[in-house]
Structures are given as C-alpha cells and as structure tokens.
Design a protein around this ligand. Sequence first.
Ligand code: ZN
Length: 138
Amino acid sequence: MDVLTPEQRRRCMASISGKNTKPELVVRKLLFSLGYRYRLHYSCLPGKPDLVFPGKRKVIFIHGCFWHRHDCKKGKSMPSKNKAFWEKKLSDNVSRDSKNIDDLNKSGWDVLVIWACEINNLELLGVKLHSYLQTKSE
Ligand SMILES: [Zn+2]
C-alpha cells in the first residue's frame, strides 16, 4: 500500500479535501507544538485518515462523537425524529470505521482514533498522542 508510483502519490496528495474541522485543527496544532510532522487526508489509504505519519506507518483519525458513536454523552445521543434512518446511518458509519481500521492494520498501519470531546483536555491528549507516536509499531 505504500508502494505508490509518483503519479499515484501526486494524485493522492492532490485530493486533499477541505474538511478542516475544529477538533482536527486543535489536534494538528498540538502535534505541531510537540514537534511532530504529518501528512493530511492521505486519500490513498482506507478511510482517508485525517493525519498520516508515513515514516512511522501510523495514522490518526479525528472522529466526531455523534457521527462515529463515541462512548460519551454526545456519542450516545440519537435524534428523536427519523430514528430508524439515523440508527441505520450511524451504525453504517461505525461498521465502515471498523472495516477501515481493519484494512489499515492488515496493511501494517497503526491506527489511533481521537474523539472530538478529547480536545477538552489538551494535556491528556498530548500525552496520548506522544505515547502513540513514540511507540514502535512492531
Ligand atoms: Zn466523545
């Protein structure tokens, strides 16, 4: 999966999307201050991870709690209207996420998911990011 032709790599990097959510910007700023450098939205990988560390073969997803069903208050909330629609949509998101993580793991990538609510404690988040990125993937 890392054996890309220059053309593939170019296309990969060209398709960087414009989704710069607030939690994502916070995590990026934090990583930068910790001295880590990354690539953004590497669309050639399953699930287009938000942050990619090609040299370390590590990726980070920054997930909204509601959309990706975090085990927190917001992640457990369900709109009262069109309940069936939302349940289906959100459980589809969750299955897609776990399939993407599976696919990444199978191709030798480590995956860390950061939840949007985790940006409320930057100190803890910093420790988490640091220990994830320090650890060798073997
Ligand atoms: Zn959450």
